[in-house]
Design a protein. Structure first.
Length: 645
């Protein structure tokens, strides 16, 4: 009421005079200052509303629960559908992967899969099956007849009978057969399948595989061919071939039976190699232990080759060459032994050994003979030059002898003068004695005698010197004091001494030109090289029919020294060039040459590890060029201390 009086209108909640909670509604009375108040206890006012509210709340709750259930069911269904779709996609992806892997695997092993619907008479092939049968993958009208048409005509009945029998008897279809293509090519395939039936036993479909085994068949054919070839070689080999394991021999060919004198395989099988051997081998080792050692070595290294003494059943022994090779047979390691009878070879080796000994003795004799030939050729050269040397020596010896005769007369006169002077020692005063001395002095011409004696002595000394030089050159040429020792020698000195010895042989035919270069001393057998120079110089002189020129050149190149002898003679015919170093070949008249000079010279140069070159032109002359190493190899027989000759 207070609220109404104070102008507050509307619905209010407050306490009344009783102290109870009430709901009051106030509104003004129009055109008055009065207000109307309507009140009701809250408890009384809400009693109906609470029931209605409870009902409403219950209905709303039921509705919400229903809607929630519907929404929850929808959510579950949507979730299940999404999960199912995801699983389906994953399954499809895995299926695609599996198909890809399957196709790849089928390609790798050339294995195609197929399914034959016996109800619809339709055939389904995998990609590899299309490839194997060489049919277009886009083709869809594939049937059992399509398959049969590609089967080799000779195999069709066999294939059809095998398949129909497997369907009828509910057995596995597993066969190999051929395919024939239009171009004549043939493939081999291996097919397998199983057939599914309904409750009544009626066949519904066959599921199987087809594998291309052409390469395997080719390999099997090659293997069979190899086996046949091996067996043929095995049986026809002239060598004994045996197979053995740890226990002994378990197979052999006919050659082995013949080699060991066995009548049948039973005589040979299960024997240990030592049972077909003498108790000991040539080295003194026990055959049993040595055989085990050789076998173990072959197993360890894969092969072994050695010589062995075997024994036939009759006890005769023979030499053999054994070759062991390790291999695998039926999963176990074995050895193939190939045995060859080498008794004949051993006998031949023994003969060869004896022949070699004889040959060595002959070679020794040949070396002696060669040395004799060298000496003979040297003596022949010296003999050939003897007249010239004698002439060279006789000239100085002649006037030395003449001078000595004259000196003898001079000395007699001197002795007479001296005796006369001695007689007059006691009779100087005797005029007759003085007259006699003067007469003797006038007779012998003492002044002339004094001058002529000195001149004769000078001439004699010169003659003796020339003889000494000739003798020394002969000594240098022959090198009688050098033997077979190797020395470092001055080749220019050897050439000069040889020229001096051969001077009388050359001087009437040719002028000698020396074009010496700077060369080192050469390690050599000097006397033998002098023999080479002698042969070349004398041959050059003999090749000159009229007055000509012999040019001697020397030089070095790298580690080699060369000596060239060139003449202006008649030259050598082309057909003779290849023969000039052959023993006993000569173009000189009979009695004017042995044909050994150049042959021996060639051998001497080879002995010095050198070479000789020849150039010749008929009518213009010939050139021989000798190449020698300045230093010989370290190991040389008869090599002496290094000393300059």
């Amino acid at each position: 009421a207070i609220l109404a009086v104070t102008g507050h209108y509307g619905l209010f909640e407050a306490n009344d005079y009783r102290g109870r909670r009430i709901l009051a509604y106030t509104l003004p009375v129009p055109d008055t200052s009065w207000g109307i108040v309507v009140k009701m206890d809250i408890e009384e006012a809400v009693t109906h509303s609470q029931g209605l509210l409870k009902t409403t709340v219950a209905v709303v709750a039921i509705f919400i629960a229903f809607v929630g259930a519907v929404v929850w069911q929808w959510w579950r269904r949507d979730k299940a559908e999404r999960q199912a779709n995801r699983q389906l996609q994953e399954a499809q992806f895995r299926l695609l992967q599996s198909e890809a892997v399957l196709n790849e695997a089928q390609q790798l092993v050339h294995l195609g899969s197929w399914e034959l619907d016996l109800v619809a008479d339709s055939l389904t092939w995998s990609n590899e099956s299309f490839y194997i049968f060489e049919v277009d993958p886009d083709r869809r009208d594939i049937s059992y007849q399509t398959f049969v048409s590609i089967v080799h005509p000779d195999d069709r009945d066999f294939v059809d009978r095998a398949y129909t029998t497997s369907v009828r008897e509910k057995s596995t279809y597993d066969i190999e057969h051929r395919l024939l293509f239009a171009d004549g090519r043939i493939k081999w395939v291996h097919e397998r399948c199983v057939t599914f039936y309904d409750e009544d036993g009626k066949p519904l479909r066959s599921v199987g595989t087809t594998q291309d085994i052409t390469e395997r068949k080719r390999m099997e054919e090659n293997l069979r061919g190899s086996e046949m070839k091996f067996r043929a070689l095995y049986e026809s080999s002239s060598d004994a071939i045996m197979l053995l394991d740890e226990k002994g021999f378990f197979d052999c060919n006919e050659a082995a039976l013949r080699m060991f004198g066995c009548a049948t395989h039973d005589d040979f099988i299960n024997k240990h190699p030592s049972e077909l051997s003498p108790p000991t081998q040539p080295g003194g080792q026990d055959s049993v232990s040595l055989a085990d050692e050789r076998i173990a070595e072959a197993f360890r290294n894969g092969s072994n080759r050695f010589e062995w003494v075997h024994c036939r059943l009759d006890g005769t022994e023979f030499f053999s060459e054994v070759s062991l090779s390790s291999m695998t047979l039926d999963g176990r390691r074995i050895l193939q032994a190939t045995v060859r009878d080498i008794t004949g070879r051993k006998q031949a080796e023994e003969k060869l050994r004896k022949y070699n000994e004889e040959l060595e003795a002959i070679n020794h004799q040949l070396r002696d003979t060669k040395n004799l030939l060298l000496q003979s050729d040297k003596m022949a050269s010296i003999g050939q030059l003897a007249a010239g040397v004698a002439h060279e020596i006789n000239n100085p010896i002649g006037y030395v002898n003449s001078n000595l005769g004259t000196l003898d007369g001079y000395l007699k006169n001197l002795f007479e003068v001296i005796a006369t002077y001695k007689e007059m020692e006691d009779t100087v005063a005797d005029s007759a004695a003085l007259a006699r001395v003067k007469a003797v002095k006038d007779k012998v011409d003492l002044e002339f005698l004094k001058e002529d004696v000195l001149s004769l002595m000078d001439e004699s000394r010169e003659g003796i010197t020339r003889v000494k030089k000739i003798v020394q050159d002969l000594k240098d040429f022959s090198r009688v004091d050098a033997g077979d020792e190797w020395h470092r020698a001055n080749l220019h000195q050897g050439l000069d001494s040889t020229l001096n010895v051969a001077r009388n042989e050359i001087k009437y035919k040719a002028d000698v030109k020396k074009e010496y270069g700077g060369i080192p001393d050469v390690e050599c057998l000097p006397s033998q090289l002098n023999q080479v120079f002698m042969n070349l110089l004398v041959n050059a002189a003999h090749a000159i029919e009229e007055r000509g020129t012999i040019t001697i050149r020397t030089g070095s190149q790298g580690d080699e020294v060369w000596v060239e002898v060139e003449d202006t003679g008649k030259g050598i015919a082309p057909e003779h060039i290849g023969k000039i170093f052959e023993p006993f070949f000569t173009t000189k008249p009979v009695g004017q040459g042995t044909g050994l000079g150049l042959s021996l010279s060639y051998g001497i140069i080879q002995k010095h590890h050198g070479r000789i070159e020849v150039k010749s032109e008929v009518g213009k002359g010939t050139s021989f060029k000798v190449w020698l190493p300045a230093r010989q190899p370290q190991e040389l027989p008869g090599r002496g201390e290094e000393k300059l000759t």
